[in-house]
Design a protein. Structure first.
Length: 210
């Protein structure tokens, strides 16, 4: 199993320096990871280092709370594109989900997915599984599927929980073949990574891949 080839080599710490991002990119090039996943202001740096390597640059949008205006998320998508990014990982508005305001949740996701696809970017939707009930996870999964996102992603890694085998298996069952599952958060061993892949994860996000 080529774990490296389906892993987003991730560095989202607020104290990450430009030197750290350059090192991240060199590691990604050495090990042939799928992408590096960085905060938006480092997309240009990463894109320059990785130019011509075939390794993509992903950036988080509305991160890590998801509580920014939809318009702000859309503008972040456009800026990621302008700076050389290839993928965006957006965070849903978790508070709206917990409030049962599903129409607003759906519009938020749809507009970001449309913006990403409209400028040629792949879009992953982070639902923060550790904060949702099973019914809420299922409802969001159905919304993500309708919205036409490329991936549904378990976690930001900033909310005290991460990917679980059960969540990955359930999400894959709910979204079907049209949407892929990205498992992220608290993936620190090869054994656990393989369990998540077996459960249906087709992309991993971790800062501990090395």
């Amino acid at each position: 199993m080529n774990i490296a080839g389906i892993t987003d080599h991730t560095l989202l710490k607020p104290q990450a320096t430009e030197k750290d991002i350059v090192a991240l990119c060199h590691e990604a090039q050495q090990h042939k990871f799928a992408t590096v996943c960085v905060n938006p202001t480092y997309v240009q740096t990463a894109a320059k280092v990785l130019h011509g390597t075939g390794i993509g640059v992903a950036a988080v949008v509305g991160f890590p709370l998801g509580a920014t205006f939809t318009e702000s998320k859309v503008q972040e998508v456009f800026m990621v594109k302008a700076h050389g990014g290839k993928e965006v990982d957006m965070v849903i508005n978790i508070g709206w989900a917990k409030s049962g305001n599903w129409e607003a949740v759906e519009q938020d996701i749809v507009r970001v997915v449309e913006a990403a696809h409209g400028c040629g970017l792949l879009c992953k939707v982070i639902i923060e599984t550790c904060l949702l009930t099973e019914e809420e996870k299922k409802t969001v999964a159905e919304i993500v599927k309708r919205a036409g996102a490329d991936y549904i992603k378990t976690s930001t890694g900033f909310a005290g929980g991460g990917a679980t085998v059960e969540d990955v298996r359930n999400l894959k069952a709910w979204v079907g073949e049209g949407v892929k599952v990205k498992a992220s958060g608290a993936i620190r061993t090869r054994e656990f990574a393989l369990e998540l892949i077996e459960a249906g994860a087709e992309r991993l996000g971790t800062s501990a891949i090395l």
